[in-house]
Design a protein around this ligand. Structure first.
Ligand code: GAR
Length: 218
């Protein structure tokens, strides 16, 4: 069993999709703790409804990023966390944090990385006139929304899309790929190389997997 810690800053819909998936029989992961840096994040209540321990570690109560991250590292270590999932955790991680959980931190981002890292990315995709966007689950390194890509899902951008309609279409797929990526990651299905993570499944298995990761009129 792999112990999982989830970091949130807000509503936690991706956290819910992860917690729900970990209820499956034979799932290789156990959710041990949800940590929020925002004390009134609505995701905290949702985590409690899953019976998961929740902790608030307010970044405003620390003088430096390292000091704040150290508190989070301690809370995660207390629960023997193996894998950290960022789920709408809107803070950059210090190198201290990244090195502590090297290659064991996952993040979901609502764009097809390496395009459009950062904030307001659905608007940026529309403004840029790209025809497709989507979401990416990746391993976290020291840079913002950067690191080895694990899974991606693709959605079209329609001529009349607004930030809201596109966000909604992408979010639907976020809730699919994050649980899938976590499971494959925990089952050691990714071979981590310096510049990429190789998915160790057959072409046939990959074909079946990506069928669910492309918009088809939903
Ligand atoms: C999600 O769309 C997630 O991809 C994004 O924040 C939202 C959080 O929603 N994360 C990032 O932009 C990370 N750079 P949620 O709290 O409902 O999961």
């Amino acid at each position: 069993m792999k112990n999982v810690g989830i970091l949130i800053s807000g509503r936690g819909s991706n956290m819910v999709s992860l917690l729900r998936s970990m209820k499956d029989e034979n799932h290789p992961c156990l959710p041990r703790i949800v940590i929020s840096n925002v004390k009134d994040a609505s995701g905290l209540q949702k985590a409690k409804e899953f019976g998961v321990k929740t902790v608030v570690i307010d970044h405003k109560e620390s003088k430096t990023r390292e000091e704040h991250d150290k508190k989070i590292i301690d809370a995660l270590n207390k629960e023997n966390v193996d894998i950290v999932c960022l789920a709408g955790y809107m803070r950059l991680l210090s190198s201290l944090f990244v090195q502590n959980f090297k290659n064991r931190i996952l993040n979901i981002h609502p764009a097809l990385l390496p395009s459009f890292p950062g904030l307001n990315v659905q608007k940026k995709a529309i403004d840029h006139g790209v025809r497709f966007s989507g979401c990416t689950v990746h391993i976290v390194d020291e840079l913002c929304d950067h690191g080895l890509i694990l899974l991606q899902a693709v959605v079209p951008i329609f001529p009349d899309d607004t930030e809201e309609t596109l966000s909604q279409r992408i979010l639907h797929f976020e809730h699919k790929i994050y649980p899938l990526a976590l499971r494959l990651f925990a089952e050691n299905k990714f071979e981590i190389e310096e510049k990429r993570a190789i998915l160790k499944i057959t072409n046939k298995e990959y074909e079946n997997l990506v069928k669910n990761l492309m918009w088809n009129g939903e």
